[in-house]
Design a protein around this ligand. Sequence first.
Ligand SMILES: NC(=O)c1ccc[n+]([C@@H]2O[C@H](COP(=O)([O-])OP(=O)(O)OC[C@H]3O[C@@H](n4cnc5c(N)ncnc54)[C@H](OP(=O)(O)O)[C@@H]3O)[C@@H](O)[C@H]2O)c1
Length: 326
Amino acid sequence: MRAVVCERYGPPEVLHLTEIAKPIPAAHEVLIQIKATTVSSGDWRVRSLEVPAGFGLIVRLVFGFSRPRQPILGSELAGVVEAVGCDVSRFRPGDPLVAFSDAAMGCHAEYICLPEDGQLARKPSNLSFREAAALCFGGTTALAALRQARVQPGERVLINGASGSVGTAAVQLACHLGAEVIGVCSAANQDLVRCLGASQVIDYQHTDFSQSGDSFDVIIDTAGTAPFARSRRCLRPGGRLVLLQAGLGAMLLSPWQTVSSNKTVIAGPMSVKAGDVAQLAELAEAGVYRPVIDRHYPLEQIVAAHRYVDSGHKKGHVVITLDPED
Ligand SMILES: NC(=O)c1ccc[n+]([C@@H]2O[C@H](COP(=O)([O-])OP(=O)(O)OC[C@H]3O[C@@H](n4cnc5c(N)ncnc54)[C@H](OP(=O)(O)O)[C@@H]3O)[C@@H](O)[C@H]2O)c1
């Protein structure tokens, strides 16, 4: 089968398309033919080792010291079950699926084997494979961030970096929870963020949300530009700040900032729960959540796709297609 491999850390050019053996499902696994996948900010971070301050060594320990231990990147997919192991009961050949392999990655290939009890769900019938492929990375992160921030109906939630993969999901999911959503993005993305449900949009190039005199119950910072020092003055008493790009120092400081203020600071990797992908698939089926697609590239153009993701300015998701007919 064809797969894109990353045999060393570095720029997009370290990736190359190659032929490798097609995997065979173990007893509890499903073999999925991948129709579409994405290049996410997570793929960019693992490939380039550009990680928040203090995490370089930790990321090398987790993903491989001198090169990625798992050379096939890609953490989400939409595809069709081709075969199942002898103990699999949830899925059958022909079932259309979405799946999130998370840090185990392996989705930038024509086939993958995943455990049937992993983060797998039936593909929402109202999404194409291209759209469904982008359901999980931003969606699971946004779901976890909103859960950890305990967002309540009627609360004012500011999403800083509202136009990326996590931001576009967070705007839609926070609106679904009944929050009043304020999105921060560049002028070019204002219409998009408003269409997703934000009641107000702030252009970060012209207005500093923390100086506007406005206040918020929750701030979710996907852009890495709203640390506690900047956000605290506009967080209401009891407010929660979620820092998705926190460095190790900010993460270690967050418990102290929480106990020494009347606010809660949540920093570091979000914990995705079993059932999150199934919940996202249900929300998509119900028309509540729809992944935003910026560009799509065929698998052969994976280097160009990574170059675009590296810019840090994609709108929603960048999809890689493996089935030209979808
Ligand atoms: N902690 C976790 O568990 C976790 C999980 C997933 C992702 N992350 C991290 O979360 C971050 C966002 O991920 P993503 O996938 O959403 O990235 P992305 O899709 O690349 O989106 C980044 C967005 O940030 C916006 N942006 C850039 N500079 C900004 C600024 N100064 N103010 C406001 N918005 C700004 C960009 O919009 P414009 O083009 O309009 O500037 C772009 O749409 C990444 O650093 C990723 O590593 C953390």
